[in-house]
Design a protein around this ligand. Sequence first.
Ligand SMILES: O=C(O)C(=O)C[C@]1(C(=O)O)C=C[C@@H](O)C=C1
Length: 122
Amino acid sequence: MKVAALRGATTLDEDTRDQVLERTGELIRAMLERNDLHTDDLISLVLTATDDVRSEFPAAAVRAAGISDVPMLCARELAIEGPSNIPRCIRLLAHLQTDRERGELRHVYLRDARQLRSDLRE
Ligand SMILES: O=C(O)C(=O)C[C@]1(C(=O)O)C=C[C@@H](O)C=C1
């Protein structure tokens, strides 16, 4: 088993608690499913939100999705002007255990966050 890192991002249509729960849950589930991972493979999660997300911690959404025993940290994304500065964006960095090579992992960018990494395959 190796330690690897997996990225994901998604966006909200509006800053409501329901949307943070729904969209962050959708993101972590897609990251696990697309990489054939189980929650036991997760080591830690770093979640960031842009400054316009204020209704709920993305970590609470991960817990609501059933993942409660993985250490998590939420932080603010940098408000650097440019194409990566998209509104209501939640980013996720997962550290995990896997037998796969780094290049085999599929990073997951959903909804308006797809524009951040248009170089990645779906
Ligand atoms: O991958 C993303 O979510 C991006 O917005 C791109 C990028 C980068 O330049 O690599 C920019 C800001 C984020 O903190 C992480 C990565």
